[in-house]
Design a protein around this ligand. Sequence first.
Ligand code: HEC
Ligand code: HEC
Ligand code: HEC
Ligand code: HEC
Ligand code: HEC
Ligand code: HEC
Ligand code: HEC
Ligand code: HEC
Ligand code: HEC
Ligand code: HEC
Length: 303
Amino acid sequence: MVRWLALWIAVLPLNAQTTASNYVGSTVCKTCHPDVWQNFFKNPHYKSAASGNELPERTGCEGCHGPGGKHVEARGGKSTIRAFSVMAPRQVLDTCLTCHAKDFSKANIRRSEHTLADVVCSNCHSIHKSPVTKFLLARYQSELCYQCHAPVRAQFSMPFKHRVNDGLMQCTDCHNPHGSLAPTWNAGLRPPMVSQALGNEEACLNCHRDKRGPFVFEHVSVRVEGCERCHSPHGSMNAKLLRRPAVFTLCLECHNGAGTFGRENTGEILPLATHNLLDPRFRQCTTCHVRIHGSNSDVTFLR
Ligand code: HEC
Ligand code: HEC
Ligand code: HEC
Ligand code: HEC
Ligand code: HEC
Ligand code: HEC
Ligand code: HEC
Ligand code: HEC
Ligand code: HEC
Ligand code: HEC
């Protein structure tokens, strides 16, 4: 705030009366901006305007647009008030964060891929003309995201998919568009703004609770690398959203004895010699290894 006022005073030295208390209150705006004013009572920001004895810079129109004294005196103008239409993305961000920096969901917003790409609050939220009842979104959520992420639309149109396009789920069931915190899986490699379930687990576990464990016998890859190692989270040509068309090709990517992983340092365990991969029966690994996400009774996940 102080920075803004300093700028104000520097830019407009002509009017010596410009002071910190140049707030005029929201009702004054009504005369010239009846369209904006008319809808404002429905806005969650109206609450801050309605609750009487707060600081002026925290209330109503001026909470976002800054003190309106000069603007009213000049009978309008974009240079006399904080006009979002001429503001740089980072200035928009800073303005909104004067109040919203406390929100837990925005704890990492300054480092989010969106902020780094200059996609800020007003790209996704419309304060005065939102067609959506919740969260003042600029469009319905999936359309909002698809307008910039077209390839993702194609992924959710694949034969096997999470039903986002049917409105059964939303992008924000798995993503936090405001930026996510460091994950506890996949060696802490930052996944693309994937949000977290309670206890910093993968968002998937909010719904697929039976996969949460802990299991007596964990399948290491599920716990360490995470669900995306084997599943395409958006959509896939393969049943069960698998990354590979045949289950055994997925398993053999790891269970091939290569490298220095595993208990014996000899690479991840090979299937037993009895596994005859020429026999189609053996290629469908999960017909026998049914508890592939972890088991409480069998180290080889057979039950
Ligand atoms: C929560 C912050 C916020 C509050 C509170 C707010 N505005 Fe805005 N206003 C914006 C943003 C952001 C824009 C840019 C357009 C957009 O994203 O909707 C804007 C745009 C405008 C415009 C430009 C025309 C338009 O419709 O886009 C006018 C005029 C305006 N606001 C007046 C007001 C008045 C009058 C009030 C109080 C009744 C008010 N604003 C309260 C954030 C706010
Ligand atoms: C005497 C009439 C008048 C009053 C009172 C008035 N405005 Fe304005 N305002 C205007 C005019 C005219 C414009 C258009 C300026 C332009 O487009 O160049 C404007 C533009 C704006 C803009 C810039 C919109 C944009 O394009 O980004 C904002 C924000 C704004 N007004 C907010 C307010 C707020 C908040 C108040 C109350 C504190 C207020 N106005 C009171 C006449 C008024
Ligand atoms: C890339 C798009 C995007 C950007 C950028 C964005 N938001 Fe959001 N925001 C959303 C979506 C989508 C939701 C709805 C979340 C849901 O449905 O759970 C939301 C929800 C919210 C909410 C209500 C729920 C919550 O998480 O607290 C607030 C407040 C909010 N945003 C403020 C902001 C502010 C302030 C900024 C800028 C500092 C911002 N947003 C930037 C997309 C965005
Ligand atoms: C003066 C303080 C203040 C500023 C500045 C501010 N907000 Fe808010 N915002 C609030 C308050 C207070 C609420 C209501 C919170 C509640 O109901 O819990 C709110 C709620 C919201 C919500 C949630 C709406 C819902 O349906 O729950 C969104 C989205 C939001 N603000 C976006 C923004 C954006 C975008 C900006 C910047 C253009 C902004 N806010 C600037 C105080 C502010
Ligand atoms: C105004 C355009 C715009 C909108 C709207 C938008 N995004 Fe983005 N998004 C971007 C840009 C630009 C990037 C950073 C460049 C990139 O990686 O594509 C990005 C990055 C991302 C990333 C990280 C990608 C990566 O590879 O790291 C995710 C996840 C994402 N957005 C999800 C969403 C979701 C969910 C929504 C809707 C709530 C949304 N975006 C809305 C433009 C947008
Ligand atoms: C079921 C959970 C889930 C849903 C729903 C979801 N995502 Fe994702 N998304 C993910 C995960 C997990 C990743 C990380 C994939 C990886 O690391 O391979 C991801 C990655 C991304 C990326 C990074 C680029 C890419 O394709 O890998 C973008 C952009 C993205 N999602 C956008 C969206 C948008 C837009 C929506 C809504 C239309 C959405 N996501 C819905 C879980 C989801
Ligand atoms: C909001 C709840 C929700 C979240 C979060 C979620 N899912 Fe799902 N998932 C579902 C529902 C519901 C279905 C059933 C699909 C359908 O019929 O539309 C499903 C289906 C699946 C399937 C296919 C099941 C089958 O029998 O074909 C897989 C695999 C899957 N999800 C994995 C994941 C992964 C991996 C994540 C995290 C990246 C995730 N899910 C996040 C709700 C969720
Ligand atoms: C090592 C690879 C792998 C990992 C990692 C993995 N899955 Fe799976 N998952 C599979 C395979 C293979 C199937 C197909 C099982 C079948 O054919 O019956 C499957 C099936 C599913 C199904 C549908 C059938 C069922 O059991 O409900 C869901 C839902 C699912 N996985 C969710 C998840 C979630 C959530 C995670 C992360 C916690 C995860 N998966 C991690 C390999 C994996
Ligand atoms: C991302 C790599 C990866 C993938 C993909 C993977 N696994 Fe594993 N799996 C492991 C690791 C690591 C272990 C633990 C090996 C160790 O402790 O040496 C393991 C352990 C096992 C075990 C228990 C072995 C024992 O005796 O402890 C079985 C059985 C198994 N996996 C079967 C499968 C099947 C079937 C698939 C395909 C659906 C699969 N795995 C996919 C990495 C993977
Ligand atoms: C017809 C049932 C069946 C099929 C199909 C099957 N397995 Fe097995 N698998 C077993 C049995 C039985 C064991 C041995 C359990 C024991 O000895 O305790 C085993 C053991 C394993 C082990 C542990 C080896 C060790 O040294 O501990 C791995 C790894 C494994 N299987 C991977 C796979 C993979 C990968 C596939 C698919 C290519 C597959 N299995 C298909 C029944 C099957």
